[in-house]
Design a protein around this ligand. Structure first.
Ligand code: ADP
Length: 319
């Protein structure tokens, strides 16, 4: 292997830059040329490809977003789109590809691998919804952004004795909501993996209120539904003064935390290592603080699991 490519695809996540940097530097360290493909698979189809040098990734480890930009590309889901991508890889003599992104991006990587182009997936998404790794790049930063926001919301919730519903991201996964709820001592956490009984939520809020609790924080994962709808239902059922905050895309930005920078550096470098070792169609991950790699499809077919022990703990601590 003489030349490899790297791209970021799907939803962006803080720490993707640190992962790009690790891929580029690790490859150059091994005398391999690296090509950056801009705008994910769309850029691959369009041939938006340029050589990266050591300096191309200077001063980016601390920056959010992705220097290579990201995109969603419907055309790449088709055979014709994938073929166009392969033609571009051939044209640039690129022998292997590192794909930094979420499960959709990994499926694209698997397709290319099946067509003879070895790809390795690096899990980059704030949602932490990829099986085969304890953490994805960006999760820790998004979590800390949520915590900072909820701490502020709690100040005003206390002053005005209000109930706050805070909607957080996570797509179909409740990890961000659960971890944020535990870290912030939220009174209630609503995750898509658990069908929480609405009457129980109401009873718990009322019990807390009767006990003298003047304010409450309810965290709702976006996978459960609209925070505004939930807030309205709470207001109607409890008569408590209720406000709703949707944190939205602030969760996707910002300087990555140290944990995300280190994780991204380790996973990016590991991806290059296994590509050079001749592996293909694999994703890299971290489990029990050890770097691992798994077959992409086998892992994605498992589906994401929420840590139910943590969920139980959150309930025990928010009685
Ligand atoms: P994420 O990678 O964050 O999960 P998406 O699900 O939007 O984001 O996927 C990103 C891109 O990956 C898609 O826009 C598409 O180009 C490509 N992709 C997704 N699923 C497939 C698939 N089954 N086959 C080929 N490419 C895919």
């Amino acid at each position: 292997m003489k030349k490899i490519g790297v791209l970021t695809s799907g939803g962006d996540a803080p720490g993707m830059n640190a992962a790009i940097r690790a891929v580029v530097r690790k490859a150059i360290y091994h005398d391999i040329e690296v090509y950056g493909i801009k705008y994910g698979y769309q850029g691959l189809i369009d041939g938006n490809i340029e050589k990266m040098e050591l300096g191309s990734v200077g001063d980016i480890i601390q920056r959010g977003g992705t220097k290579l930009y990201s995109a969603r590309c419907e055309e790449f889901k088709t055979e014709a789109g994938q073929q166009k991508g392969i033609e571009q890889l051939k044209k640039h003599d690129i022998d292997g590809l590192v794909v930094i992104g979420g499960d959709g991006s990994f499926r694209g990587a698997k397709k290319l691998t099946e067509k003879g182009y070895p790809c390795i997936g690096v899990p980059g998404t704030i949602d932490n919804d990829i099986p085969g790794t304890d953490f994805t790049i960006g999760f820790d930063t998004a979590l800390n952004t949520i915590i900072e926001a909820i701490d502020k919301i709690r100040d005003t919730a206390t002053s005005h004795e209000r109930t706050y519903v805070v909607e957080v991201m996570g797509r179909d996964a409740g990890d961000l909501a659960l971890w944020a709820g535990l870290a912030d001592g939220a009174e209630t956490i609503m995750v898509p993996e658990r069908n929480e009984d609405f009457d129980d939520v109401v009873q718990r809020l009322k019990r807390g209120h009767d006990r003298g609790k003047k304010h409450s924080i309810i965290i709702v994962a976006e996978g459960v539904g609209s925070g505004f709808d939930f807030g309205q239902r709470i207001k109607e059922a409890t008569d408590l003064e209720t406000r709703v905050t949707v944190l939205g895309h602030t969760q996707r930005g910002g300087s990555p935390t140290a944990a995300d920078r280190v994780l991204a550096s380790r996973l990016g470098a590991k991806a290059v290592d296994i590509l050079l070792a001749g592996k293909a169609g694999r994703m890299v991950g971290i489990q029990n603080n050890k770097l691992v790699d798994h077959d992409i499809l086998e892992v994605l077919d498992q589906g994401h699991m929420l840590d139910m022990d943590m969920y139980k703990l959150s309930q025990e601590l928010s009685i």
